[in-house]
Design a protein around this ligand. Sequence first.
Ligand code: AGP
Length: 608
Amino acid sequence: MCGIVAYIGGKDAAPILLEGLARLEYRGYDSAGVAVTGKTGGLKTVKRKGRVADLAAAVPGRFKGTTGIGHTRWATHGEPSDANSHPHLDGAGRFAVVHNGIIENAEELRAKLESEGVVFASDTDTEVLAHLVAAHAKDADELEDAVRGALARVVGTYGIAVLDAERPDRIVVARNGSPIVLGIGEKEMFAASDVAALVRYTRQVVHLDDGELATVRADGFSTFTQDARMTAKQPSTVDWEEASYDTAGHAHFLIKEISEQPSAVERTLSGRVDERFATAHLGGLNLDAREARAFQRVKILGCGSAYYSGELGAQLIEELARIPAHAEPASEFRYRNPVIEADTLYIAVSQSGETYDTLAAVQEIKRKGGRVLGVVNTVGSAIARECDGGVYLHAGPEISVASTKAFTSTAVAFALIALHFGRVHDLSPADGRRICAGLKALPGQIREILAQEEQIARLAAQYAQNAGMMFVGRVRGWPVAREGAQKLKEVSYVHAEAYPASELKHGPLALIGPELPTVAVVPDDELLEKNLTTLGEIRARHGRVLMVGHTAPDPKYAEDCILVPRNEPELDPILLGIPLQLLAYHAAVALERDVDKPRNLAKSVTVE
Ligand code: AGP
């Protein structure tokens, strides 16, 4: 997805903008650009299709200015090209605009502007904004008024930063559905779409709300609404380390983040497991025991891997708390005019906290009076702020597009929620203690699984040679199989399909043969025998099987196997997913894929 960086202060803006853009590369992009201005006036712009390194090479030595904006673009309107890259300028070259999001009425606005004689230099929706700001500047005293005037005519989502060559003392930014965060420095200020671009320079940040604008100057900022009412914002401190944004000697962020899972899970658990009372403390839920007991159902919403982790969560809540719980893709939920029930607790899941579909689902629930909690990794993100309470993962920043440590930490957070709800319902103290002990054992057991990386890499290199793979699991193993298939397809581009093992003979068994191997998630639980029967059916059709489970199977069921340590049956799915992450990673490496930035994907999907 697109990224924005802005700087104003006493230093040369360009190197800071380029460094910030490099920090945003992980989000996925196809072109990049920067514009600067300064006291000497005039606007200098360089933009290029390609990588940030190509842009940096194209920026001339005399590209001086202490106020600037930069952008990485992920094409929506118009192909990736130099002309379509941001920043976009008005006809006179006075204003420069960078934009994340989509202007839905861009065509209509473009036609109107063209009829007034405006000549467009690109195919983008963003360029409309630059011309609109210029049009409104004619009757406005301040840049802020011109930007507000332009935004009043726009339908759609945006995070923008606007530079005015005649007002080099400020940058105006605005947010509506696409994040903008301000960074507060010493006599300098920053703005970006993601704190990743800021942490090298400052930890003090301010998140804009939807419908909010800010004037950013070297010595401070002011925020206001679209109708020019001032707003008051409290800065917060980002606790993520700058080092988290480096691969720290690993070949890719993905393997670094997979191997960080023991410490990520420790942080998710930290201070939350109460062995004495056999429960979990989750103060951020903002629910007392009476309220927690009152909910009759739980509905979990998220997209992609966040949705699959929600399926694990629903399973845990049903098992431990005996409350009916169900997960649904947020992207579907929001479009089906959902019935919102007063006695249902809604839980939104998001690593980034900025996924537009999930945010829109949360807003729809709140519009209809529902209670919604968030399970979110990014502190201060839009979803976290929109929810009535929730649980932060504290997994640390996740850079690789494929989610791993956030997925695992989300499952752990759900185990804590399920334990907490279980203990306010009928989960016995003995069972509560059992789960507490299981949770505490997780980090060490994840380390044991990670120690098998070499063996898993060998298997991955073999299995990656197939055109496709089937993933199966039953009940506790089913969300694990779904996430395993998702991970493999997104990073290796090997076609992967997940089915409940119980459904195989209702159709997909027709696909099974020597050319389509199966990865089977088979915990040692009450369904073990049934799972082995399914594996026997696959083997009988000459399908190769890689089993992930607790006990080495008879070779008549599986040719290959990865063993994971046993935890409590309810928590086993959390561990069973880890080898599948390693399998996907090493399949992608074997196939020489762009592991951290798979084609066509972006880290956070802030558009519909
Ligand atoms: C995960 O590997 C994917 N990249 C994707 O499915 C992701 O989980 C989804 O887009 C939701 O993102 P979020 O957790 O930031 O909301």
